[in-house]
Design a protein around this ligand. Structure first.
Ligand code: AMP
Ligand code: FES
Ligand code: ZN
Ligand code: ZN
Length: 322
């Protein structure tokens, strides 16, 4: 197998590009695809200060490396979610990456700062862990970016993630989620800009990228995600991709180019106020995160947790992630 670019021995075959790459040209491909996504979707401006949300996994650590390589000023943010050994290990990988490269990593541990962890907090609030976790992550990413004066929060969502989410949103027809599925969510209403610069790279490519760049990452998936829908959609799309290379990319980029506009929401239909407790943008008096925190910690303080009523989520809470 030879590199399509230079004819030296190739280490990876990317069927959707109908090309094979040697280490040097594969790394170049990863940088080029990241730069292309940034340009195509106007994700970042040169010189932007970026807060990279790092989970200790291949995507987010690879993204941090790529953004630095492309010349962005990028700091990291790691959230300790208290998911047992998984969180302990993922934090170790994020810290080691930052330490070895002399990078700036902010750490927030939700047990220390908010008094709960995802497994017990979700249970107390009667939410599925992934939903409590997603809400917590979004809230704390936003807060850290605003507090730190960053121009954008970058997450490591890759093409496989985005195609799987799109698949779920189409399968169950969630027009309000489809309206917001884009690599760029501009800053608005007190929320920071959010970007996904890895949408042109797949999971396999990110694993190969980290291997070649000597980036150690946590391989295990979150134990709470076992058997979740997202993983099942990924499996279906992988099966499809096997026989139709490029299907995932066609599905996702075709949606952005020709589908998304049909789901766009009218401008200015979401008037937000400030949460009475934390000041974050919120549709009600108290934001969903503060209500989650209240429920999650009430159970640790009360002797009879089962008496606590479930958190009441209004229709507006079901707004798609900001
Ligand atoms: P997930 O929600 O686990 O699919 O992760 C999506 C993205 O969110 C990752 O690529 C990271 O950018 C970010 N992320 C996930 N977990 C954490 C964490 N514990 N701390 C900081 N960022 C995270
Ligand atoms: Fe959030 Fe697993 S990382 S529930
Ligand atoms: Zn080559
Ligand atoms: Zn709040």
């Amino acid at each position: 197998m030879k590199c399509t670019v230079c004819k030296e021995p190739a280490i990876i075959d990317i069927r959707r590009h109908n090309a094979k790459f040697c280490p040097e040209h594969f790394l170049k491909l990863c940088r080029d695809q990241t730069a292309k996504a940034i340009k195509e979707f106007s994700l970042l401006e040169p010189g932007d200060r970026v807060l990279v949300a790092v989970s200790g996994g291949k995507d987010s650590l690879g993204l941090w490396d790529l953004l630095l390589d492309l010349g962005y000023r990028a700091d990291g943010l790691y959230l300790g979610l208290g998911i047992g050994e998984y969180s302990d290990q993922s934090g170790d990988y994020a810290r080691a990456f930052a330490r070895e490269r002399g990078l700036n990593l902010t750490e927030i541990d939700i047990r220390d700062d908010y008094g709960f962890d995802i497994p017990s907090g979700a249970k107390a609030a009667r939410r599925v862990p992934c939903s409590a976790c997603g809400l917590t992550k979004r809230h704390l990413f936003d807060k850290a970016a605003i507090d730190g004066g960053y121009d954008a929060v970058a997450t490591g969502h890759n093409l496989d993630d985005e195609a799987a989410v799109l698949f779920g949103n189409v399968l169950h027809w969630h027009p309000e989620y489809l309206a917001r599925q884009h690599p760029l969510l501009p800053a608005r209403n007190g929320f920071p800009k959010k970007v996904k610069p890895l949408v042109r790279l797949g999971e396999r490519e990110m694993a190969a990228y980290c291997l070649l760049r000597g980036i150690d990452y946590i391989v295990e998936e979150c134990p709470m995600a076992d058997g979740n829908r997202h993983l099942r959609y990924k499996a279906v799309l992988n099966e499809l991709e096997l026989n139709t290379p490029g299907a995932k990319a066609d599905f996702f980029f075709g949606f952005l180019a020709r589908g998304a506009e049909h789901f766009a929401l009218p401008e200015g239909d979401d008037s937000l106020r400030q949460c009475d407790r934390c000041g974050a943008p919120s549709s009600g008096e108290v934001c969903a995160f503060c209500r989650l925190t209240e429920r999650a910690t009430a159970s640790t303080q009360s002797t009879n947790a089962t008496e606590s009523a479930p958190v009441v989520f209004t229709g507006r809470d079901r707004r798609p992630p900001q």
